[in-house]
Design a binder for this molecule. Structure first.
Ligand code: NDP
Ligand code: MG
Ligand code: MG
Length: 340
């Protein structure tokens, strides 16, 4: 089991003496920058000239410079631009990295797959909140925190772990708990999870169920409700209380049917295919494919996106979702139904 760190484990003084360059002011960037600043850290937001994000960062009371200027002034450079542009941004700031500086990430992809190769005398760390930036910001402002991950890829100074923990504390993560991991584990589990289960697995399961019902002559509306819409109820239960709460909450018929038929659908063949997907993550085949796809201007990605949008379930879904006018933004029925 991986160690979990809390507020007591972090030495806040480490980071308060430093200047942190936050490169990017998007989902993670705006949250890290504001939380760090409110924790007493000197923050410079690094954004390109003419960047649409510059205004927002200034309005939030932060100092803005170019990524190169920010990196030059900083001891810690937090790389929070999108993963696919990080290698280019890194190339520009690399000359500004001095011995003893820290390069800090929120995801391991570019380090793990050697798209960024920092100098040997620079610490390389990761603090990755387990939530989108607006939650990281909102929780901090409310005196709470978002759980996160911590990892050290390179400890040149001997202080990299304490430094990363202090960063995690300054953005609020140690208030909730920070789990020790490695760049490899974070990157490979993240890719596998989104491919096999969360994004790829779930959408294919939904489409396969929907097509099985409509091919058998059932209506598109019923197929949509049973295979897609009701997924939210199930996921909410899983999120709140794990499998046990979900099984306890559905009918006995649903529980018995699920326990006996689920494994007919997700069988040994599916598990073998999952192993193949994991192997391609581990041996770098997926990373190479994705990098090449980006270099080529994303031709296959574009085609697949279009095909997914053109699926029947999207058309019937749009129509049916318009009936749920009383849902709140997040689609929570109870809340929307509750008296105001
Ligand atoms: P965003 O897509 O929200 O980042 C957008 C920001 O990056 C904007 O400020 C944008 O500025 C800037 N930017 C985009 N392109 C460039 C460029 N070429 N040069 C300089 N700046 C640029 O990123 P995220 O916050 O989603 O992700 C940042 C990191 O955090 C990634 O490593 C990601 O994997 C990780 N992460 C993300 C999570 C999330 O929930 N989003 C959760 C945990 C980790 P401009 O106005 O100039 O376009
Ligand atoms: Mg991911
Ligand atoms: Mg049912």
């Amino acid at each position: 089991e991986n160690t979990i760190y809390h507020d007591d484990d972090a030495t806040h003084s480490h980071i308060e003496e430093k200047t942190v360059a936050v490169l990017g002011y998007g989902s993670q960037g705006h949250a890290h920058a504001q939380n760090l600043a409110e924790s007493g850290v000197d923050v410079i937001v690094g954004l390109r000239e003419g960047s649409a994000s510059r205004k927002a960062a200034r309005q939030d009371g932060l100092t803005v410079a170019t990524p190169v200027e920010a990196a030059a002034a900083a001891d810690v450079v937090s790389v929070l631009v999108p993963d696919n542009v990080q290698p280019d941004v890194y190339e520009a700031i690399e000359p500004e990295l001095e011995a003893g500086d820290t390069l800090q990430f929120a995801h391991g992809f570019n380090i793990h797959y050697d798209q960024i190769e920092p100098p040997e005398d620079v610490d390389v760390t990761m603090v990755a909140p387990k939530g989108p930036g607006h939650i990281v910001r909102r929780q901090y402002a409310a005196g709470e925190g978002t759980p996160g991950l911590i990892a050290v890829y390179r400890d040149a100074t001997g202080d990299a772990h304490d430094q990363a923990l202090a960063y995690a504390a300054a953005i609020g993560c140690t208030r909730a708990g920070v789990i020790e991991t490695t760049f490899r584990e974070e990157t490979e589990t993240d890719l596998f999870g989104e491919q096999a289960v969360l994004c790829g697995g779930v959408t294919e399961l939904v489409k396969a169920g929907y097509e099985t019902l409509t091919d058998a002559g059932y209506s598109e509306e019923m197929a949509y409700f049973e295979c897609l819409n009701e997924l939210k109820l199930i996921v909410d239960l899983l999120y709140e209380g794990g499998m046990s709460e979900m099984w306890d909450s559905v009918s006995d018929t649903a529980e018995y049917g699920g326990l006996t038929r689920g494994e007919v659908v997700v069988d040994d063949h599916t598990r073998e295919q999952m192993e193949t997907v994991l192997e391609e993550v581990q041996n770098g085949e997926f990373a190479r494919e994705w990098i090449t796809e980006n270099q080529a201007g994303r031709p296959s990605y574009g085609q697949r996106r279009d095909a997914e949008k053109a699926h029947d379930i999207e058309e019937v879904g749009e129509e049916l979702r318009s009936l749920f006018a009383w849902s709140d933004e997040e689609g929570n029925r109870e809340k929307a139904n509750a008296p105001a």
